[in-house]
Design a protein around this ligand. Structure first.
Ligand SMILES: C[S@@+](CC[C@H](N)C(=O)[O-])C[C@H]1O[C@@H](n2cnc3c(N)ncnc32)[C@H](O)[C@@H]1O
Length: 233
């Protein structure tokens, strides 16, 4: 049985507000050797875990508004405090941006007004992606910014690309972008996306420009190197 993906320990971030966030430490020196095995298994076996009621209810509310709105969608999966969702909404006023996170605490930390084309939703992505896929959502863009790295090799299954929900994430399509301070995470994600036929580029994240998320800000002010992975259309 697939273990639930645990929540990130926020206290680490709060205690590193002064700019001394430690880099990811892992005994892995490259992509996990069991990744391909997971990808193969999940490509042929549909993920059957029942959808939780609270996720279904959250999705149905959003789905109704998405249908009524009609603008193309941008998903910000694991949006945390939603800073990136709000920024993306300002940059793409002709799109509807949906930020999704399972942490009510993070979502409640609104530090600025949310634009009218931005919605923040509390839900677990493991269910939300499946519901969105079944409902036929086709976001124009999909962001997964600084996902929890889960750097212990034995926690591979907690990384989204090694989880059975991954084929649903890929099926949503759109231009997909992920950022991380752990290059190996993005190298694995790249292998997984290529396994499913997506074209990708993986590069260092340019250091200029305003940080898109709170974590990006923390990592940058700690002098960490950041990377971003993007798919083609
Ligand atoms: C490291 S934080 C990054 C937050 C934000 N993207 C940023 O860069 O500031 C990872 C976020 O993913 C969320 N998350 C992790 N697993 C999740 C899941 N299965 N469903 C929904 N949110 C999840 C956590 O609650 C957390 O807010």
């Amino acid at each position: 049985m697939t273990p639930p993906i645990p929540s990130f320990d926020d206290s680490i971030i709060r205690s590193n507000a002064a700019g001394c966030s430690p880099p990811v430490h892992s005994t892995q020196t490259g992509p996990h050797e069991a990744l391909l095995q997971h990808l193969q298994r999940h490509a042929t076996n549909r993920y059957m875990r029942p959808i939780a009621d609270y996720n279904r209810e959250a999705f149905e509310l959003v789905d109704e508004q998405v249908g009524a709105d009609g603008r193309p969608l941008i998903l910000d999966s694991g949006c945390g405090t939603g800073d990136s969702s709000r920024s993306l909404a300002r940059v793409h006023p002709d799109h509807l941006v949906i930020g999704i996170d399972r942490s009510a605490d993070r979502l409640s930390r609104q530090r600025e007004i949310t634009p009218e084309n931005c919605m923040l939703v509390r839900a677990d992505l493991i269910d939300f992606w499946r519901l969105a896929n079944r409902a036929g959502w086709k976001p124009a863009r999909h962001y997964l910014l600084y996902p929890n790295p889960e750097p212990k090799p034995r926690h591979l299954k907690r990384r989204f690309h090694a989880h059975p929900v991954f084929p649903d994430l890929v099926a949503l399509g759109g231009v997909f972008e992920s950022r991380s301070n752990w290059l190996i995470y993005l190298q694995e994600l790249e292998l997984a996306l290529r396994y499913h036929g997506r074209t990708t580029t993986l590069q260092p994240l340019p250091e200029h420009g305003a940080p898109l998320t709170l974590f990006e800000q923390k990592y940058r002010s700690s002098g960490q190197k950041l990377w971003h992975l993007q798919t083609g259309e």
